[in-house]
Every structure is written in structure tokens, then in C-alpha cells.
Design a protein around this ligand. Structure first.
Ligand SMILES: [Zn+2]
Length: 114
């Protein structure tokens, strides 16, 4: 056994390090990191409704796109929301259609019947 240092050699040329990257798409990784708590949940596509009267809007759990009932620049009006089986309840968390399509494999999301 003995001491083993990590696989990477210090001082290796940058080029060689580049070949070891495991994340092919950094644009996806940050969204996966944001939405990590939603891994494996069921999501149902539906028009956006506020979770409570006191909330004015929500954000996509992955990319932070805005959901609201009012109109505005870059405001989404439909998306994928958590279902009744989610611990915090239906429509507590929202995911925009773009993120659902891009990340469903990595996040093990399933679309619930509408
Ligand atoms: Zn999104």
C-alpha cells in the first residue's frame, strides 16, 4: 500500500490535463449542480401557478429562468413542476422546458402524465 498521491502529476503539461476532463459540457454542469436536490424526481409539465399567494414568482431550479403569472421580459408561463410525491409538495420546484430537455438524462427526471 503505502502513500499514493493522486493520479495527476504535478507539473504535467496543461495539454495533458485537458485530456482528463470528465465533464464534456460545462454549460450543463452548473445547471446540474444547481438542481442537485431534484435528482430522480417526477416532474409534470403545466402552466405556471404560484405555490402560495405570498410568492410573486419562481425560478427554474437549474438555470434560474423566471416563472411568473404576470407578463414581462424573459418570464416563462409554463414549465415542469414537482408532483404530489415531492416532499415539499406539488409545484414547489420548477424546471424550465429547456433544462428539462437538456438535463433529464443526467438528473434522472421522468415526466409525469399531465
Ligand atoms: Zn432552466
Amino acid at each position: 500500500m503505502g502513500l499514493r498521491r493522486g493520479g495527476l502529476q504535478l507539473g504535467a503539461p496543461a495539454q495533458a490535463l485537458g485530456d482528463l476532463r470528465v465533464t464534456p459540457d460545462p454549460d450543463k454542469q452548473w445547471r446540474i449542480d444547481n438542481a442537485f436536490a431534484l435528482k430522480g424526481v417526477r416532474l409534470r409539465f403545466q402552466p405556471y401557478v404560484r405555490w402560495s399567494e405570498t410568492w410573486s414568482h419562481d425560478h427554474c431550479a437549474a438555470c434560474w429562468a423566471k416563472f411568473a403569472e404576470f407578463n414581462g421580459p424573459d418570464v416563462l408561463h409554463e414549465g415542469y413542476a414537482t408532483c404530489e410525491d415531492y416532499p415539499r409538495g406539488a409545484r414547489y420546484e420548477w424546471v424550465c422546458p429547456t433544462c428539462f430537455a437538456d438535463l433529464k438524462k443526467d438528473m434522472q427526471w421522468t415526466a409525469a402524465p399531465t
